[in-house]
Each structure stands twice: as C-alpha cells, then as structure tokens.
Design a protein around this ligand. Structure first.
Ligand SMILES: C[S@@+](CC[C@H](N)C(=O)[O-])C[C@H]1O[C@@H](n2cnc3c(N)ncnc32)[C@H](O)[C@@H]1O
Length: 227
C-alpha cells in the first residue's frame, strides 16, 4: 500500500522505493543514502555498546540495494552514499551511466570506538555523478570534497544512520536543480536540507515509524522556511 503526505510543494510517499521512484519520472537530482551492504558480524560483547549497528541489523539495513534505481534517464545528477564494500559496484554503475563523477565524503569527528581487524570507520564516502548541465554548484569554499561532522546519536530518532544536518546542507549546496528526490528517505534528513536550500523535495520511505519522523521533521522545516 502507498500513502502520500503533501507538505506545500513537497511530497512524501510511504511505500517501496523501487516501485514509486520509477513512476515519479524526471527529478533534477536524486540524493540517496541507501541501505549499505556489509558483513554485520563480529564485535562480540562490544555489539551491545554499538546501538547504531544494532538498529541497522534489526531494521535490515545491511543488505544493500538494487543499484538500478540510479537511472540517468530519470535524473540529471545523483549523490549516493555507500559503504566501503560497495565502492566497486557503485563506481562501475556511475561510470557507465553518467558523464562524470567524484568521490567525496563525510569525516566523522567521533567515529565508533572500535575497529577490530579493519580501519577505523571514520569516513563515509559518497559519490556525486552528473550529466551535462547538472554539474556541481557552489563557490570555491563550497567545492571542498570532505565535510566534518559528528555522528548523530541513534536514539534521537530510533534510526541507526541519520545523516547530520551539516553534511546534508553541504551536499545540497553542491547539487544542481530545483527538484530533489530521496528514495530511501529514512528520517528525512535530505528533505530538511532540500527545503532549507529552497528546493522541491520528494521522499520515499517504507518503514512507517521512520516515515512519521520524516513527515514531522519536513513539516517543521517547511513551516520554519515559510515563517
Ligand atoms: C540508510 S537509511 C537513510 C537514512 C537517512 N539518510 C536519514 O538521515 O535518516 C535507508 C532507509 O531506506 C529505507 N528503505 C530500505 N529499503 C527501502 C525500500 N525498498 N523502499 C523504501 N525505503 C526503503 C530504510 O527503512 C531506511 O530508513
């Protein structure tokens, strides 16, 4: 079942991203923070202390996504976050689909205090890819590839991967176009930044609890902007 909430010009869909995104047609930019794909095992007793990881696993957000949802026939540019393990697949898809792309990222000022047999998870990468006319925007200082911000506490919205406002504001400074779509909207962080940046936002989320959080955050952002 699909439910829709309209907030001014912004549309929020409760339902499946793969079904709804295709039906929406053209959006100037897709900004996605999709479910990551990684080996969510190990950490033993430390797991109990890693609330964000616990939520990610409980909410099935470690099994990846179908990359074909990124479709250059439906958007002029895309920003897509990905886990280290997804970099080869995502970059291959973008190279074959868009004219140019860059790897940028969010440096976490307070990374998880464990790293086991890997590097510290202190940087989350995203790609920004575009076709002609949809290239990155911004002044010299806005064009830095990395932004630093602390990880938001997962208990704030009972969601393990909420993106900080500073990161999303930076991305919205760089992304071109009036219409922005986030098919994996979660708690609505892209929508809040899009509204602050004066864009028209469309978001999709299939988890009813996160959808409700997104609706209230986006409604607040819209009312603040309109005041
Ligand atoms: C990584 S989270 C996005 C978090 C978001 N950036 C934020 O700041 O809150 C990915 C979201 O996609 C949702 N999701 C996963 N598969 C989906 C699907 N097929 N259709 C719609 N939403 C989906 C999950 O419920 C989750 O909230």
């Amino acid at each position: 079942m699909i439910a829709t909430v309209q907030i001014g010009p912004h549309r929020l869909f409760l339902g499946d991203a793969y079904q709804i995104r295709a039906a929406l047609g053209w959006q100037d930019a897709d900004v996605l923070d999709p479910p990551f794909k990684y080996k969510a095992v190990g950490a033993g007793n430390m797991r109990k202390k890693r609330q964000a990881t616990r939520l990610v696993i409980e909410q099935d957000m470690h099994k990846g996504f179908d990359i074909r949802i990124i479709n250059p026939l439906l958007c002029g540019s895309v920003v897509v976050f990905c886990h280290n393990d997804q970099i080869p697949e995502v970059s291959a898809h973008l190279k074959g689909s868009f004219q140019r792309f860059v790897m940028a990222g969010w440096r976490k000022s307070n990374p998880m205090p464990v790293c086991n047999k890997h590097y510290l998870y202190d940087t989350e990468f995203y790609f920004h890819a575009w076709t002609k006319g949809h290239h990155p925007r911004g002044e010299y200082a806005d064009k830095r590839r990395f932004v630093e911000a602390p990880v938001a506490p997962s208990k704030r919205f009972n969601h393990g991967t909420v993106k900080p406002d500073r990161v999303m504001d930076k991305i919205l400074t760089n992304v071109a176009g009036a219409t922005i779509c986030d098919p994996f909207m979660g708690t609505g962080s892209t929508g809040v930044a899009a509204i602050k940046a004066g864009r028209i936002f469309t978001g999709i989320e299939h988890n009813a609890e996160h959808f409700e959080t997104a609706v209230s955050r986006i409604r607040e952002a819209f009312e603040r902007q309109a005041a």
